[in-house]
Design a protein around this ligand. Sequence first.
Ligand SMILES: [Fe+2]
Length: 251
Amino acid sequence: MKWGQPGGNRNEGWIEDLNRHRTDLSRRRLLGGAAALGATALTAAANPAIAKWLPPTPMQPAGPFYHPLPPLSVDNDLVYHKGKTEPAEGDIIHVMGRMLDPSGKPIAGARVEIWQANIWGRYNHPRHANANLPDDPNFFGFGHTKSNASGAYRFRSIKPGAYPDNPNWIRPPHIHFAIFPPKSEVWTTQMYFAGEVLNDEDFLLQGIKDPKARQRVIVPFKSTGPKFESGSDLGVFDIVIGQPGVERKNI
Ligand SMILES: [Fe+2]
């Protein structure tokens, strides 16, 4: 079974998809046009003297809408939630990537959680109940998975809507991430969509003062191939956490 069907296999064949799309999206984001990620990571690991640390993904705050009573979701598919027969409303997106430490070593076995607003910008959270935005009964807005031996993860979801944080601030579409590495503290960030006008005015995104670092949380999306739903988009969001030269248990 494929994505797009209720109860389908949510993990089948996706490593191949990730590798294919990595070549034109992820590589230049992480390595600035250098050799392929895997090759560079291997080179660095084999010869520390020429190692080039990968730049870290900026942290971002978790915000007020982290789920209060887990688990509200059971897997990495936010389009068809278990127990629901209808899909969430919205444009389907696939978000995938790898979690790495600065040396390029995969972070395997990390729990990866995401949460986001629905198509109309409303969170499935008590604190957003008065937001005066439509609810989607088929969208929980939370998902989780675990990184595999290559540090890879993937989610299927819908593109979230923008929402007003206050009368002077509209948050652009974004997805919250919380990473729970096996031996270190929880780590959070937010992923943004390339090309959104609201990105330029967002207090949190623009709070990342280094333009290059800021770009590392802004993900370009493009049409998926035939293995995915027609009309869906795919973005690669590789996440580098930790500090160069510091053991992962200390990050
Ligand atoms: Fe948010």
